[in-house]
Design a protein around this ligand. Sequence first.
Ligand code: ZN
Length: 502
Amino acid sequence: MSDALVRLKETLGTIHDLERIASLVAWDQETMMPPLGAEGRADQRATLVRLSHELLVSRELGRLLEELRSREDSLPYDSDEASLIRVVRRDREKALRVPAELRAELIRAGSLGLGAWLDARARQDFRILLPHLERQLELKRRYVECFDPAEDEYDVLLDDFEPGMTTAEAESVLEELKDELVPLVAAVPELDPAEDVARSGPFDLADQRRFSLGLLCELGFEPDGWRLDSAEHPFAMAASLRDVRITTHYHEHPLGGIFACMHEFGHGLYERQVSPSLARTPLATGASSALHESQSRRWENLVGRGRAFWTHAYPGLQETFPERLGAADLDTFYRSINRIQPSLIRVDADEITYNLHIVLRFELEREVLAGRLALADLADAFDARVHSYLGIEVPDVRFGVLQDMHWADFTFGYFPTYSLGNVISVQLWERARADLPELDQAFERGEFGDLREWLREHLHRHGRKFTPRETLERAAGSAIDPAPYIRYLKDKLETTFGVAVA
Ligand code: ZN
C-alpha cells in the first residue's frame, strides 16, 4: 500500500471513530440519558462533529487526495481503494462548502430540539418546540446557501440522505404512489374489530420483549454483537461492524413493537454485513437512506407481514399470549396484521396508507422550506393534510405534528426516503425471490440464512462504495421503479382480502 494511502486511511480511521462516538452518545441520549443531560449532550455532540469535520476539510487530507489521483485512475473502479478515494473526495468537496461552526451549530440546535420535542410531547404543546424549529429553519437556510443554487432548494437537503437524487425525481415516484394508492384505500372493506386480534391487547410488555428477542435471534441478531433497547422513537445504529444497537417501543396494543424490532433489525443487518475490508472507513455504512429503508421495510413487511414467516412464528406468539391469541387461527392473525385502514401514527400504519403519511410530510417540508407555510401554522396544516388524505381527525399533537422525531432536529429531506425505500424493497425482493425460489419454504422452517446471504452478496458488503443509483443498478438490475411495489400491494390486497383492483 502506498504511503499516501496509509496516511489517508489513518486520518479516515480517526474521522470514523469520532463519528461513531457521536452516534454512540446520540444512542445514549435516546435510551439512557436523564433528561437534564440534554444541554451538556448538545455541546458534546457538536464538539465531536466539529472535530471530524475539521479533519475532513484539512489541507493535509486535500494533499493526500491530490497525491492519490493517479493511483485512483490506475485501479479498477469497483476496487475498495479506488472507491475509498473517490467517495472521500466527494465527501470532502461537499464538506468544504459548509463552515465548521455552522455544522456544529446545526447539530447543537438539533440536539436541543430533541429535548424540547420530548417536553412538548409530554405537555401536548407544539409551542414548546416552535422556537427550536424557527432557529433550525434559519440555520438550514444558511446551510442551503452554502451550495450552488439548485432547481429546488429542497434538493440540497434531500442530497444529504439520497445523494444524487433530485426533488423532482422523488416527487414523481411519490406522486405515482399517491395516485395509485388513494383509490386502493377506499376499495378495502373495514376489518371487523372482533377479527382484529393483533390490536386486541393488552399484550404484556415484558412478554413482548421476550418474544421479540427470540424472534430477532432467529432472524440473525447475535447476542454477543447486538443490543436491543427501548426508545421513545425506534432507531438503529452501529458503533462498529460488530456492535449493532437497535431500539424499539412496545405498546400494550397493538403489537407494533415486534414489527419495529424487525424494521430496525433490517437496518442493523445492513450495517453488520458491510465487508470487513471497509471497516473504519467512511464506506462502512449503507449507501443511502432509501437503500437503508429498503432493508428495514423488507424485514418488517415483505418478511414480517408475510404468511410464510408467521406459519413458523405464530405458534410461539400464541403460546406467549394464550388468552389473547389462543383462539385466533393463523388466517385471522394474518388478516389482522395486514389490515388496511387509515390511522394516525405513521410507524404503525399499514403498508398502503404508510405512503400517504410520507407524501403529506414531504409536501409540508417543501412548503415550509419554500416559505409558503409558516412554522407557526405547521401543526394545523399537518392535521388538515391528515384529514384530506386519510379522512381522519387528529385528536392532539402527539398523534399529529409531534409524533415523529425527525422534525425535532429538523431532518428535512429524510421522510421521502421511507417511501423510496418501500419501492426499492420490492425491486430487490423480486430479484431475491427469482434467485431463491425456495424462500417461503425456508421461512416456514424458521430459516433466514439464505436471504441474509443473498443480501450480503448483492447489497450489504459494498457498503457506501457506489452511489445509490449504482448500488441499486447492481443489486436490482434497474433504476428506481414504483411498478413492482404497486403490483405487490395490489396482489396482496387480492389474496388477503379478495379485493381485485385493476
Ligand atoms: Zn427505518
